[in-house]
Structures are given as structure tokens and as C-alpha cells.
Design a protein around this ligand. Structure first.
Ligand SMILES: Nc1ncnc2c1ncn2[C@@H]1O[C@H](COP(=O)(O)OP(=O)(O)OP(=O)(O)O)[C@@H](O)[C@H]1O
Ligand SMILES: O=C(O)c1ccc[n+]([C@@H]2O[C@H](COP(=O)([O-])O)[C@@H](O)[C@H]2O)c1
Length: 189
């Protein structure tokens, strides 16, 4: 089975992420997409991060009933910060019969040379890159790349956290069950 790994802080997960994950799961040769919740992104500050177990629970709620999508907490037991090469090395050892690939936006792909051991990463794993405005893929660094034109929603977790703080509704920006859970638990207030 071919599994695409879509990494993120998912702080919180939103409809923009889910549209990408579902699109990739149904428009490529990948069988499944795992939304891998990173406890700590190596290139982002951790000050605004909701506890990883809460973020993972929100991701689980978001994929309820989506047969090709899964939330993964695999990085919770690995050293911090979460380097993608380390996670993939671990997963490949743990699931030797599965084939893993990486899913990322063209913005992240432009940054790839700043990632830990990125040469190793591109040598061993194919990358599915979905286009994001303002971030052309001009150099593929020799990676096995498939470029995708997925539908995009112009929202971010940052804007969602801000709206919650301002007391605005986040309806439709995240699935209903995710919005309800965030409200009930006073997250991001
Ligand atoms: N609306 C979107 N459409 C497509 N990709 C997105 C969108 N928002 C985020 N992404 C990408 O999804 C991946 C995981 O996202 P991440 O958890 O960092 O969310 P984010 O919304 O960018 O978060 P934040 O605003 O907190 O930085 C990142 O590679 C990010 O570039
Ligand atoms: O491995 C690395 O060096 C590395 C550097 C930056 C980001 N990542 C991974 O990419 C994910 C998305 O990152 P970002 O910056 O696009 O939100 C993040 O959650 C990490 O799993 C990984």
C-alpha cells in the first residue's frame, strides 16, 4: 500500500488541510493519506501551540468517516523537534511492507534545502507537491516530484486562532465537530 504523509502542526487542523488530504487521496496513486501531527515543527516557535494530544484529537475528529484519511500521532514518541527524515526512517523500519511518500505545498518545497538531511529524504521518498500561489516550483533538487493542482482555500491556523480570540465564528473553516470541540474546551482563548 502507498501511504502519503502530510505533516503539520495542525494547530488547529482546518478545511484547507482536509481539502488537500482528500484531493491527494483520490487523485494520485496513493491509497491513503496520514495527517501526521508534529508535536513541534523544527522551524516554528512553540509558544502558541495547543497541547499535542488535543491537536491530535481535533485531527481525529476531522477525519471521522473519511475512509482514506487517518490522523497519526507517530511523532509523539520520537525525539523533538520533529525532523521528517527521522520520522520516515522510523516508519520505514516499523512498516517494511508499506511505501511512504511525502505531501507538501510548494511553499514548503521551496524551503526543503533547509530541512535536516534533505538529500536523504529526496533520495528515498517521492514527494507530492501541491501548488500554492506565489510559490512556483522552479527547482526540484533532483527529487522524484509529482506536481498537483489541488483546490486551495486561503486560510491558516494562525487566522483561525486569531478569530477565536476575537470571539468570531470559525464555522465552515473547520469541520463542525472540530469547531464544537474547540468551543466546548475553550481552546485558543
Ligand atoms: N489553506 C491551506 N491550503 C493548503 N495548504 C495549507 C493551508 N494551510 C496550511 N497549509 C500547509 O499545510 C501544512 C501544515 O500546515 P500547518 O499545520 O503548518 O498549518 P498552517 O495553517 O500553515 O499553520 P500556522 O498558521 O499556525 O502557521 C504546511 O505545509 C502548510 O504550508
Ligand atoms: O525535517 C525538517 O527539518 C523539517 C523542517 C520543517 C518542517 N518539517 C515538517 O514539515 C511540516 C510542515 O511544516 P511547515 O513549516 O510547512 O508548516 C512540519 O510539521 C514538520 O513535520 C520538517
Amino acid at each position: 500500500m502507498k501511504i502519503g504523509l502530510y505533516f503539520g502542526s495542525f494547530n488547529p487542523i482546518h478545511t484547507g488541510h482536509l481539502i488537500i488530504a482528500n484531493y491527494v487521496a483520490y487523485n494520485t496513486d496513493l491509497d491513503k493519506v496520514w495527517l501526521v501531527v508534529s508535536p513541534q515543527n523544527p522551524l516554528k516557535p512553540s509558544s502558541t501551540l495547543l497541547n499535542e494530544h488535543h491537536r491530535f484529537h481535533l485531527a481525529e475528529l476531522a477525519v471521522e468517516g473519511a475512509s482514506r484519511l487517518r490522523a497519526s500521532n507517530i511523532e509523539f514518541s520520537l525525539p523533538r523537534p520533529s525532523y521528517t527524515i527521522d520520522t520516515l526512517t522510523y516508519l520505514t523500519e516499523k512498516f517494511p511492507t508499506q511505501e511512504f511518500a511525502i505531501i507538501m505545498g510548494s511553499d514548503s518545497f521551496q524551503n526543503l534545502p533547509r530541512w535536516k538531511n534533505y538529500e536523504q529524504l529526496i533520495k528515498h521518498y517521492p514527494i507530492y507537491v501541491y501548488k500554492r500561489p506565489g510559490h512556483e516550483v522552479t527547482d526540484t533538487y533532483g527529487a522524484r516530484v509529482e506536481i498537483l493542482e489541488a483546490p486551495l482555500l486561503d486560510i491558516s491556523s494562525t487566522s483561525i486562532r486569531q478569530w477565536i480570540q476575537e470571539g468570531k465564528s470559525i464555522r465552515y473553516l473547520v469541520p463542525d465537530n472540530v469547531a464544537a470541540y474547540i468551543l466546548e474546551n475553550n481552546y485558543y482563548k
